[in-house]
Design a protein around this ligand. Structure first.
Ligand code: NAG
Ligand code: NAG
Ligand code: NAG
Ligand code: NAG
Ligand code: NAG
Ligand code: NAG
Ligand code: NAG
Ligand code: NAG
Ligand code: NAG
Length: 654
């Protein structure tokens, strides 16, 4: 596209002029304690940065989003590194495609953006388990984010692979990375383990060298900085537009009497949870507070500048258990789909008051296309496809095992046992200890019975005869990303009991399911003749659509809507777009990025509906592609209002 070339021509000379070719050794980035600032190549420097998580934006769109950030006047971007995105199983590493963090950092460098890298091991981020791999839970008693030797061994191993990739990308070595964060808001965690922080300090220094600027981030209260900061990591704070800027920086000064003022997370919006209202933060509040922060001479990172998407199973959850939806739009200045918003332009105007911003065209909002309705047909139930979905074969156990005990980290498992007695009258099936993590779709001999849900529905009535098959399809809705209950085991964590005497159900056959693999390889059987009922069995529905020919601008991005559907998971051409749950909201449509669509063949849609779906006209199920997202429906009951303007640190455990 010509405007990219234009932008690059305009930007590159500036970069070259500011840095005459004196050799790479001249590049320095450091903290000047005496003058309360950063120094870049010896000159006083403060950064204006924005968060973009490469794990939430398809690689296809990295350049578009980064250029838009550059054109807003940002000096830097900030990103989190989710460990579990890169090490799905112990010792198995993924660094290609959407996981190619080095390519992402090099791209930022080419575009003249510096990088504030939040390397983990823990990141929070409303990301599955705060970025920690679920396989850490194979040691049941593990104390995450502490000096537990097994935790530290895993951290050492991972950082030994990851940090050496970052070293050549440090600013002093010619790369874009100016600062590196270890841990995240540690002062909000229940452990106050300075030995752990010391361990991280030694580890990061070992891999990144003595000169790298290392930092920590905590809430803007002394109680957070007390356990979150340690000498050798520069302490920074985070706060949103509702906070008193002066008071927040005074708090940072309690930990860092000298050095640059830094707000590492200035909230441009806020996160959502299923069943709550969509969070919106006014542009006026952002403008006012950002203006004040910049007038203090502080460095600031806007969290988020673009939120992006929790594709697949990557969303996290807060406690009391409240999972985040698929969209991580965040009401940020760039929308989930990368659209320019009025907030974007307002922020750009604030920045313009403090520094020159790049001239030239801003990459435009990408067009969206409403492909319309696509009919789907029911192909088979999960139970019918069990042999295909359970590649590893079932595990037998007298009492239930968790996902983690059978090395299943995401998605779904089916738990099967038999009714020990006749239940001709409605008989309670109980999860007394709130042991269903997180949702179970229950059937007896193929007859749907209802849903159990963590913290919400502990008992349902079932009917059946002795010897009937009892199936619980259990869904992980995302692991807790914040607070003490980060070690969030999935599946059935406690015994299920039957009847008023709480007879423990035993002799389970447990099927770990790899649904993604079956969908990608087109293995979902085509056997089912659907029978509608109020609760249907969890089942697959498939259909396809063709990109209209004769419209040269196609394909384009789109949004998918689920009229009549309740809750489930959706794939297009094998790409797992995420969870849909319009019955609870607030998110109603899912973002469909163009790069997964094909013009050469029909595009295949696979829907796993977990509860029920009503047919529309002509006895068909359908989904609908629209050109406008809906993230703010309030059809679902409000479980709890989100708290805009609080720091992440204020999500306390209950
Ligand atoms: C903000 O905090 C400062 C320092 O504590 C205080 O002097 C000022 O009154 C506060 N401003 C408001 C509006 O509360
Ligand atoms: C269950 O009910 C059937 C009749 O519906 C009866 O034949 C059977 O003996 C009963 N079984 C038990 C364990 O009570
Ligand atoms: C189960 O059935 C009993 C008796 O029919 C009823 O009182 C109770 O409310 C039902 N429980 C649930 C959870 O539906
Ligand atoms: C189930 O109950 C048995 C017997 O009381 C107990 O030994 C076992 O630990 C329980 N299992 C779980 C997962 O709670
Ligand atoms: C569970 O299985 C064991 C071994 O196969 C058997 O002895 C026992 O009777 C079974 N228990 C139930 C409740 O079916
Ligand atoms: C669905 O629910 C309605 C109302 O409870 C009931 O009348 C109807 O029989 C149910 N349909 C099926 C197929 O279970
Ligand atoms: C799904 O089942 C519930 C409970 O029977 C019913 O209230 C709801 O209308 C059904 N939804 C659809 C989409 O059929
Ligand atoms: C969709 O599935 C059909 C039938 O399996 C296949 O021929 C086609 O290539 C698939 N489309 C894409 C985009 O993979
Ligand atoms: C949802 O957002 C749209 C677009 O900003 C707005 O027009 C609409 O009024 C909002 N709806 C609700 C229920 O807040």
């Amino acid at each position: 596209m010509p405007w990219i070339a234009t932008v690059l021509l305009l930007l590159l000379p500036a970069t070259l002029i500011s840095r005459p070719a004196n050799g790479a050794s001249q590049r320095t980035f450091e903290i000047d304690y005496e003058h309360n600032c950063f120094r870049k190549d010896g000159e006083p420097f403060r950064y204006i940065s924005g968060s973009i998580h490469y794990s939430r934006v398809p690689r296809f769109y990295w350049k578009d989003r980064l250029l838009k950030m550059k054109m807003a006047g940002l000096d830097a971007i900030q990103t989190y590194v989710p460990w579990n995105f890169h090490e799905p199983k112990p010792g198995i590493y993924q660094f290609t495609g959407d996981q190619d963090i080095e390519a992402f950092l090099r791209l930022a460098n080419e575009l003249g953006l510096l990088v504030v890298l939040r390397a983990g091991p823990y990141i929070c981020a409303e990301w599955e388990m705060g970025g920690l791999p679920a396989w850490l839970l194979q040691k049941q008693s593990i104390v995450l984010r502490s000096s537990d030797p097994d935790y530290l061994a895993a951290v050492n191993q991972w950082m030994g692979v990851f940090l050496p990739k970052i070293k050549p990308l440090l600013y002093e070595n010619g790369g874009p990375v100016i600062t590196v964060q270890a841990e995240n808001e540690y002062g909000s965690y229940f452990k106050c383990d300075y030995n752990y922080l010391r361990h991280l300090r030694t580890l990061f220094r070992f891999h990144l060298g003595e000169r790298a600027v290392l930092f920590t981030t905590d809430g803007n209260g002394d109680q957070y900085l007390r356990c979150g900061s340690i000498q050798g990591f520069y302490a920074t704070v985070d706060f949103g537009p509702g906070s008193n800027v002066t008071a927040s920086f005074i708090t940072q000064r309690h930990s860092e009497p000298k050095g640059p003022l830094v707000n590492s997370e200035f909230y441009t919006g806020w996160l959502d949870h299923w069943g709550e209202h969509h969070s919106v933060v006014s542009t006026q509040a952002i403008v006012q507070s950002l203006n004040e922060i910049l007038a203090h001479g502080a460095s600031v990172n806007m969290y988020m500048f673009i939120g992006g998407t929790n594709f697949g199973y990557w969303n996290g959850a807060n406690t009391p258990y409240a999972p985040q939806p698929t969209s991580y739009d965040y009401d940020a200045p760039l929308s989930e789909a990368g659209d320019l918003t009025s907030k974007y332009f307002a922020i750009r105007e604030v920045i313009r008051k403090f520094k020159a911003i790049p001239e030239g065209p801003i990459p435009p909002t990408t067009p969206k296309y409403a492909y319309g309705r696509v009919a789907l047909k029911k192909t088979c139930t999960v139970v019918e496809a069990l042999d295909t979905l359970c590649e590893v074969g079932p595990v037998k156990s007298i009492y239930p095992l968790t996902f983690d005990q059978v090395s299943q980290y995401f998605g779904f498992m089916l738990y099967r046992t038999t009714l020990p007695k006749n239940c001709s009258e409605p008989t309670p099936l109980n999860s007394l200890l709130n042991g269903v993590h997180d949702r179970a779709y229950v059937s007896v001999n193929g007859v749907p019975q209802g849903v159990l849900e963590r913290n919400k529905y502990f008992t349902i009535n079932i009917t059946g005869k002795a010897g009937d098959k009892v199936d619980l399809l259990v869904e992980s809705m995302g692991r807790v990303n914040f607070g003490r209950y980060n070690n969030d085991f999935k599946g059935l964590l406690a015994n299920m009991t039957l009847g008023h005497n709480d007879e423990i159900l035993t002799n389970w056959t447990i099927y770990p399911l790899n649904i993604d693999s079956a969908v990608i390889h087109g293995l979902i059987p085509q056997s089912m003749v659907g029978t509608p009922s109020n609760y249907s069995l969890p089942a697959f529905y498939e259909g396809s659509f063709t990109i209209p020919s004769g419209i040269p601008a196609l394909p384009q991005d789109t949004f998918i809507k689920f009229p009549g559907w309740t809750k489930g998971q959706i794939w297009i051409n094998g790409f797992n777009l995420g969870r849909y749950w319009p019955a609870r909201g607030p998110q109603v449509t899912l973002y469909v990025p163009v790069h997964i669509l094909k013009t050469s063949a029909p595009n295949n849609i696979t829907v796993l509906e977990l509860e029920n779906v009503s047919m529309c006209d002509q006895g068909k199920y359908f989904v609908e592609f629209v050109d406008t997202p809906i993230l703010n429906a309030t059809s679902g009951p409000t479980i709890r209002n989100s708290k805009p303007f609080s720091t992440e640190g204020q999500w306390e455990d209950l």
